[in-house]
Design a protein around this ligand. Structure first.
Ligand SMILES: NC(=O)c1ccc[n+]([C@@H]2O[C@H](COP(=O)([O-])OP(=O)(O)OC[C@H]3O[C@@H](n4cnc5c(N)ncnc54)[C@H](O)[C@@H]3O)[C@@H](O)[C@H]2O)c1
Ligand SMILES: [Zn+2]
Ligand SMILES: [Zn+2]
Length: 346
């Protein structure tokens, strides 16, 4: 079968690989129909994620059809259309019992990291009963690919950790797919104001269409002043960091108001400053976390009931043979205006 294989920093290749086989009774083999590329895949290619060894198939998102299951799989059978969670969960270990699936002792983020991932014709899914979801009938597959990772991430690490409440002011720094996913799901809670901050005017335009009440381009270096002006100098109730660099974390710290929450979502590669000289008296909360995907069933329901329209995040489509073009397009979002790209694998 064809698979996109990581060959070391800066190198990847679409290669012929042996088809995955059931290795444990709890495994399923899924034939991928649609997959996509995550910002984290770009981090891997830059060499930022040393756990990914050369030879690993990339990708941790996708939908497909179950091809075979191990003897211990009870909830899925060959032919079932499924959503693959980016987080694999045994459902039994101490962390899984606390719904911290990202810390599962035999799972967590392993797809396209420690084991072969989804940017291939087929993938082996460990702990299939607790890591796959049945696809709602008649739903658009492309839309559902957005539920493997980015929507649960924006929702859990941004909106729920940030405790967004009706009427509140929310600022989201970073209008990439993750920031936009936080923007879409924040609206479940009817905040009064959602301010999006980015360097890219196109993404800020998209954010307006997705429900942002205000947008701030931080290129000029005055993002903090502008957010303070928008909030009557009080700062925001919730500031969501969806970039992962010191400059954007600093904005989040500077704009959080008294009693507010900074919800960090971005993956940080370097240390940041914690400005306790201002924040010590501000009763703030700082949250961090890798997505656990405990909200996936709820998000599937919101898609079924049309409360959430993830298809709006899809901008480009490719086949698996065109995966190099898909990476080039996704990797140059400022020029291509890409948000999420769909790769059809079969
Ligand atoms: N916590 C988790 O579980 C989890 C899961 C998935 C992704 N992530 C992380 O979330 C972050 C966002 O992911 P994404 O796919 O949306 O990334 P992305 O690169 O597509 O988007 C980031 C956005 O930030 C903007 N930006 C960059 N520097 C900026 C600055 N100085 N000021 C303002 N805006 C700036 C960019 O223009 C871009 O629109 C990444 O760090 C990613 O690794 C975290
Ligand atoms: Zn991801
Ligand atoms: Zn577990």
């Amino acid at each position: 079968m064809k698979a996109l294989v990581f060959r070391g920093p800066g190198q990847k290749a679409l290669e012929e690989k042996p088809e995955p086989k059931i290795e444990k009774p709890s495994d399923a083999i899924v034939r991928i129909t649609k997959t996509t590329i995550c910002g984290t895949d770009l981090h891997i290619l830059k060499g930022d994620v040393p756990t990914v060894k050369p030879g690993t198939t990339l990708g941790h998102e996708g939908v497909g059809i179950v091809e075979s299951v191990g003897d211990g799989v009870a909830n899925f059978k060959p032919g079932d259309p499924v959503l693959i969670s980016c987080i694999t969960a045994c459902g039994k270990c101490e962390y899984c019992r606390r719904q911290m699936y990202s810390h599962c002792t035999t799972g967590g983020w392993i797809l396209g990291n420690l084991i072969d991932g989804t940017q291939a014709e087929k993938v082996r899914i460990p702990h299939a009963d607790t890591s796959l979801y049945h696809l709602p009938k008649g739903e658009d597959e492309e839309a559902l690919v957005m539920l493997s990772d980015i929507l649960p991430t924006g929702f859990e690490c941004g909106v729920l950790n940030g405790k967004v409440q009706p009427g509140q002011s929310v600022a989201i720094v970073g209008a990439g797919p993750i920031g936009l996913a936080a923007l879409m799901t924040a609206q479940f809670y009817a905040p009064g104001r959602i301010i999006m901050i980015d360097l890219d005017d196109n993404r800020l335009e998209v954010a307006k269409k997705f429900g942002a009440t205000d947008t701030v381009n931080s290129k000029g270096g005055d993002a903090v002043e502008r957010v303070m002006a928008l909030t009557g100098n009080r700062g925001v109730d919730v500031s969501i960091e969806a970039v992962g660099v010191p400059a954007t974390f600093a904005i989040c710290e500077a704009i959080v108001g008294a009693g507010g929450t900074i919800a960090n979502v971005g993956v940080h590669g370097t240390k940041v400053d914690l400005h306790l000289e201002r924040l010590w008296s501000h009763n703030i909360t700082l949250t961090t976390g890798l997505v656990d995907t405990y909200t996936t069933p709820m998000l599937l329901s919101t898609v079924e009931s049309k409360r959430l329209e993830p298809a709006r995040l899809v901008t480009h489509r490719f086949t698996l043979d065109q995966v190099a073009d898909a990476y080039a397009t996704f990797g140059d979002a400022a020029r291509s205006q890409a948000l999420k790209v769909i790769i059809s694998a079969s």
